[in-house]
Write a protein of this length. Structure first.
Length: 170
Protein backbone atom coordinates (compact mmCIF):
# COMPACT_ATOMS: atom_id res chain seq x y z
CA UNK A 1 0.00 0.00 0.00
CA UNK A 2 1.48 3.31 -1.06
CA UNK A 3 2.43 6.08 1.31
CA UNK A 4 0.46 8.60 -0.75
CA UNK A 5 -2.76 6.58 -0.43
CA UNK A 6 -2.21 6.12 3.31
CA UNK A 7 -1.61 9.86 3.71
CA UNK A 8 -4.81 10.69 1.83
CA UNK A 9 -6.80 8.24 3.95
CA UNK A 10 -5.26 9.76 7.07
CA UNK A 11 -6.12 13.31 6.02
CA UNK A 12 -9.71 12.26 5.31
CA UNK A 13 -9.94 10.50 8.68
CA UNK A 14 -8.49 13.60 10.37
CA UNK A 15 -11.18 15.75 8.75
CA UNK A 16 -13.82 13.32 10.01
CA UNK A 17 -12.34 13.56 13.51
CA UNK A 18 -12.26 17.37 13.36
CA UNK A 19 -15.88 17.43 12.19
CA UNK A 20 -16.84 15.03 14.99
CA UNK A 21 -15.19 17.28 17.55
CA UNK A 22 -16.87 20.42 16.23
CA UNK A 23 -20.26 18.72 15.97
CA UNK A 24 -20.00 17.47 19.56
CA UNK A 25 -19.18 20.98 20.78
CA UNK A 26 -22.10 22.34 18.74
CA UNK A 27 -24.48 19.84 20.37
CA UNK A 28 -23.01 20.58 23.80
CA UNK A 29 -23.53 24.31 23.22
CA UNK A 30 -27.14 23.69 22.16
CA UNK A 31 -27.75 21.68 25.33
CA UNK A 32 -26.34 24.60 27.34
CA UNK A 33 -28.63 26.95 25.33
CA UNK A 34 -25.60 28.93 24.11
CA UNK A 35 -25.31 28.14 20.37
CA UNK A 36 -21.77 28.56 18.97
CA UNK A 37 -20.41 29.60 22.37
CA UNK A 38 -17.38 27.30 22.17
CA UNK A 39 -15.99 28.49 18.80
CA UNK A 40 -16.66 32.11 19.80
CA UNK A 41 -14.74 31.71 23.04
CA UNK A 42 -11.91 29.61 21.62
CA UNK A 43 -11.33 31.90 18.65
CA UNK A 44 -10.90 34.81 21.04
CA UNK A 45 -13.62 36.79 19.29
CA UNK A 46 -15.68 37.86 22.25
CA UNK A 47 -15.21 37.55 26.02
CA UNK A 48 -17.35 35.23 28.08
CA UNK A 49 -18.95 31.87 27.35
CA UNK A 50 -21.86 33.27 25.37
CA UNK A 51 -20.09 36.30 24.00
CA UNK A 52 -21.53 39.75 23.46
CA UNK A 53 -23.97 40.57 20.69
CA UNK A 54 -22.41 42.40 17.74
CA UNK A 55 -24.23 45.51 16.53
CA UNK A 56 -24.75 45.16 12.78
CA UNK A 57 -26.57 48.49 12.40
CA UNK A 58 -23.40 50.57 12.15
CA UNK A 59 -20.33 50.34 9.92
CA UNK A 60 -18.04 49.59 12.86
CA UNK A 61 -20.45 46.86 13.99
CA UNK A 62 -20.42 45.29 10.52
CA UNK A 63 -16.60 45.42 10.45
CA UNK A 64 -16.54 43.81 13.91
CA UNK A 65 -18.91 41.10 12.65
CA UNK A 66 -16.74 40.43 9.60
CA UNK A 67 -13.64 40.29 11.80
CA UNK A 68 -15.34 37.88 14.22
CA UNK A 69 -16.37 35.64 11.32
CA UNK A 70 -12.81 35.73 9.98
CA UNK A 71 -11.37 34.72 13.35
CA UNK A 72 -13.83 31.83 13.76
CA UNK A 73 -13.17 30.72 10.18
CA UNK A 74 -9.42 30.85 10.73
CA UNK A 75 -9.72 28.83 13.93
CA UNK A 76 -11.81 26.25 12.08
CA UNK A 77 -9.35 26.04 9.17
CA UNK A 78 -6.36 25.58 11.50
CA UNK A 79 -8.39 23.04 13.48
CA UNK A 80 -9.08 20.94 10.37
CA UNK A 81 -5.46 21.26 9.23
CA UNK A 82 -4.13 20.11 12.62
CA UNK A 83 -6.46 17.11 12.73
CA UNK A 84 -5.62 16.28 9.11
CA UNK A 85 -1.94 16.18 10.04
CA UNK A 86 -2.71 13.95 13.01
CA UNK A 87 -4.69 11.67 10.70
CA UNK A 88 -1.80 11.45 8.24
CA UNK A 89 0.65 10.72 11.05
CA UNK A 90 -1.38 7.92 12.62
CA UNK A 91 -2.24 6.45 9.24
CA UNK A 92 1.46 6.13 8.51
CA UNK A 93 2.38 4.98 12.03
CA UNK A 94 -0.08 2.13 12.58
CA UNK A 95 -1.26 -0.86 10.59
CA UNK A 96 -5.01 -0.45 10.88
CA UNK A 97 -5.75 -4.07 9.89
CA UNK A 98 -4.67 -5.09 13.40
CA UNK A 99 -7.38 -5.38 16.08
CA UNK A 100 -8.21 -2.08 17.78
CA UNK A 101 -6.58 -1.80 21.22
CA UNK A 102 -7.21 0.50 24.16
CA UNK A 103 -3.62 1.81 24.09
CA UNK A 104 -4.08 2.84 20.44
CA UNK A 105 -7.25 4.76 21.39
CA UNK A 106 -5.30 6.42 24.20
CA UNK A 107 -2.54 7.38 21.75
CA UNK A 108 -5.11 8.76 19.32
CA UNK A 109 -6.90 10.68 22.07
CA UNK A 110 -3.59 12.17 23.18
CA UNK A 111 -2.71 13.24 19.64
CA UNK A 112 -6.20 14.66 19.08
CA UNK A 113 -5.94 16.58 22.35
CA UNK A 114 -2.54 17.95 21.34
CA UNK A 115 -3.98 19.04 17.99
CA UNK A 116 -6.90 20.70 19.76
CA UNK A 117 -4.74 22.49 22.32
CA UNK A 118 -2.30 23.52 19.58
CA UNK A 119 -5.15 25.01 17.56
CA UNK A 120 -6.41 26.92 20.57
CA UNK A 121 -2.88 28.10 21.40
CA UNK A 122 -2.47 29.43 17.86
CA UNK A 123 -5.64 31.44 18.27
CA UNK A 124 -4.19 32.83 21.49
CA UNK A 125 -7.06 31.84 23.72
CA UNK A 126 -5.77 29.09 26.01
CA UNK A 127 -7.24 31.03 28.92
CA UNK A 128 -10.66 30.66 27.29
CA UNK A 129 -10.53 26.91 27.86
CA UNK A 130 -11.67 27.69 31.39
CA UNK A 131 -15.05 28.75 30.02
CA UNK A 132 -15.40 25.51 28.03
CA UNK A 133 -14.22 23.19 30.80
CA UNK A 134 -11.59 20.46 30.84
CA UNK A 135 -13.97 17.48 30.95
CA UNK A 136 -15.92 18.44 27.80
CA UNK A 137 -12.64 19.07 25.96
CA UNK A 138 -11.21 15.68 26.93
CA UNK A 139 -14.48 13.82 26.29
CA UNK A 140 -14.92 15.33 22.84
CA UNK A 141 -11.29 14.56 21.97
CA UNK A 142 -11.79 10.90 22.93
CA UNK A 143 -14.88 10.89 20.70
CA UNK A 144 -12.82 12.44 17.87
CA UNK A 145 -10.10 9.83 18.42
CA UNK A 146 -12.68 7.05 18.13
CA UNK A 147 -13.98 8.59 14.90
CA UNK A 148 -10.43 8.88 13.56
CA UNK A 149 -9.51 5.31 14.42
CA UNK A 150 -12.84 3.93 13.29
CA UNK A 151 -12.70 5.62 9.90
CA UNK A 152 -9.11 4.46 9.32
CA UNK A 153 -10.01 0.94 10.37
CA UNK A 154 -12.99 0.92 8.01
CA UNK A 155 -10.93 2.13 5.04
CA UNK A 156 -8.03 -0.20 5.77
CA UNK A 157 -10.27 -3.24 6.15
CA UNK A 158 -11.22 -2.96 2.46
CA UNK A 159 -7.63 -2.41 1.30
CA UNK A 160 -5.71 -5.27 -0.31
CA UNK A 161 -2.60 -6.52 1.50
CA UNK A 162 -0.42 -5.90 -1.55
CA UNK A 163 -0.79 -3.07 -4.07
CA UNK A 164 -2.42 -4.48 -7.20
CA UNK A 165 -3.73 -7.59 -5.44
CA UNK A 166 -7.35 -6.65 -6.09
CA UNK A 167 -6.73 -6.62 -9.86
CA UNK A 168 -5.03 -10.03 -9.65
CA UNK A 169 -8.03 -11.53 -7.84
CA UNK A 170 -10.57 -10.36 -10.41
Amino acid sequence: MGIRRRAIWGAEAGAIAAFTLELSFFVLDLVRLEPLATPVVLSGVLPGPGGVAIDLTSLSGVVDGIWAGYQIGLLTAVHFLAFGLVGVAVSLMFDWRQPFEAKRLLALATLCSLAFFGTVAISGSLVALDAVGLFPVLATNVLAAAALGGSLRMVWSDAPLVEGASEALS
